[in-house]
Design a protein around this ligand. Structure first.
Ligand SMILES: NC(=O)c1ccc[n+]([C@@H]2O[C@H](COP(=O)([O-])OP(=O)(O)OC[C@H]3O[C@@H](n4cnc5c(N)ncnc54)[C@H](O)[C@@H]3O)[C@@H](O)[C@H]2O)c1
Ligand SMILES: O=C(O)C(=O)C[C@@H](O)[C@H](O)[C@H](O)COP(=O)(O)O
Ligand SMILES: [Zn+2]
Length: 375
């Protein structure tokens, strides 16, 4: 696998978006040198007073030793490590980080480098965007999921009372640096989790991308790498049109209305599942829901469901009552006026948002998924 480093310079490229020129923004995705010289150059331009590098135990072990020897930092820097895992994307960890910033005298000219998966980029973005009302941060994603999805688009946040990302900000990183070589140490389950978000990108926006992805021989960094950039582009394009999720950005949440509810229940009972597995399960359910709503034909839903089923493990949700799953859906951030708003595909490569669905169809969908486990 080649060692490429890509960057999306969101800060510079975001201004054109305000004038709806997202094509220009896409041109900012470029291939960089493997010696991290572009990151060094970027940091020099930002001229920070102090640098913090946020890692979890795994990005510390596997990724920091690759990045650190290449960094040419002339200002004081601190590495801050947190425990790995979604259960640490909490207000308690955020508080500890704010306290560390305070002890280390972080100021508005400081820079946080988030080196890790989606937990690190979500949490790091959140603490940086709130401390002293915000200082700058750069994302260096180290999982497939964070490369293709979490590091892009400026949604930051933490979970609270087991509700996913319920507290957070919209805050763009100064830049995002992609280094696919980091994927070589990732566990298969984590790679597959990121693959779910890539499939989502195909389903909502690009039939060819979906077809390419479902045709790969196996889920390995080598086979996935050619398609990473397309997923990054889709995410970037959608966010460019609707940063604050007033309309089309809601399509990026396909699979998440049910997926997040189920992920929350597992978070609560301490039996965590990877985010992408919850999204894969959510996409099966929400595809079935689209069928029940008459948005897609049965042949389309069957193809999608069978492909996702083949690639992802079945999530046993039999212990969760439908009412408990639905209750959690009422916390979904896409909801308005007490209604659950779904994002539902109306063909492969196209997605509608703000879809109101009758409660009976949601129950039928959850039963459909529960029954799948009995076959
Ligand atoms: N902000 C967004 O737009 C957005 C989008 C999608 C998902 N998310 C969030 O992202 C999170 C999921 O992200 P994730 O799947 O990256 O989870 P994660 O950050 O927990 O990483 C998964 C596991 O991989 C380990 N890891 C990270 N890099 C590694 C490497 N190079 N080699 C070996 N191990 C490594 C981590 O320590 C962790 O154990 C969820 O909290 C989800 O809600 C946010
Ligand atoms: O960027 C977005 O917008 C997304 O919906 C991407 C999702 O994959 C991601 O899981 C996101 O964090 C979900 O956002 P939320 O607002 O439902 O918490
Ligand atoms: Zn997601």
């Amino acid at each position: 696998m080649g060692a490429f480093l890509y960057t999306i310079d969101t800060n510079k490229s975001f201004i054109p978006f305000l004038f709806l020129n997202f094509v220009k923004m896409l041109a900012m995705i470029k291939e960089l040198d493997k010696d991290f010289s572009s990151l060094n150059e970027y940091i020099r331009q930002l001229d920070p007073s102090k640098i913090f590098i946020l890692v979890d135990e795994n990005s510390h072990n596997y990724c920091l030793p690759i990045m650190l020897p290449n960094l040419e930092i002339e200002v004081p820097f601190e590495v801050i490590e947190i425990e790995a895992g979604e259960e640490n994307k909490t207000i308690e960890t955020a508080t500890q980080l704010w306290e560390i910033f305070s002890e280390m005298e972080a100021d508005r000219k400081s820079l946080l480098i988030n080196l890790g998966g989606g937990v690190i980029t979500d949490l790091g973005g959140f603490v940086a965007s709130t401390y002293k009302r915000g200082f700058r941060f750069v994302n260096v994603p180290t999982t497939l999921l964070s490369m293709c999805d979490a590091s892009i688009g400026g949604k930051t946040g933490i979970d609270h009372q087991y509700l996913k990302n319920i507290i957070g900000t919209f805050a763009l990183p100064e830049a995002i640096f992609f280094y696919p070589k980091f994927l070589e140490t990732l566990k298969f389950e984590e790679l597959r989790s990121g693959f779910a978000e890539m499939l989502k990108h195909g389903l909502i926006a690009d039939e060819k991308h979906w077809n390419d992805l479902i045709s790969i021989e196996k889920i390995t960094p080598e086979f996935i790498e050619p398609y990473i950039q397309r997923s990054m582009e889709i995410k970037n394009e959608v966010v460019s049109k609707d940063f604050k999720e007033q309309n089309v950005r809601k399509t990026l949440n396909f699979g998440h209305t049910i997926g997040h509810a189920v992920e929350s229940l597992f978070l609560k009972n301490g039996n965590l599942i990877p985010h992408g597995e919850a999204v894969a399960m959510g996409m099966i359910c929400e595809t079935h829901l689209a069928l029940l709503c008459g948005l897609i034909e049965v042949d389309v839903s069957s193809v999608i469901i069978s492909k996702i089923k083949r690639l992802f493990p079945y999530i046993d949700i039999s212990e969760f009552k439908n009412a408990a799953i639905m209750d959690l859906m009422f916390n979904d951030k896409k909801n308005e006026d007490g209604n659950i708003n779904f994002s539902l595909i109306n063909s492969i490569g196209s997605c509608l948002f703000d879809q109101k669905v009758n409660a009976e169809h949601i129950i039928l969908t959850l039963d459909f998924y529960k029954n799948m486990g009995k076959i």
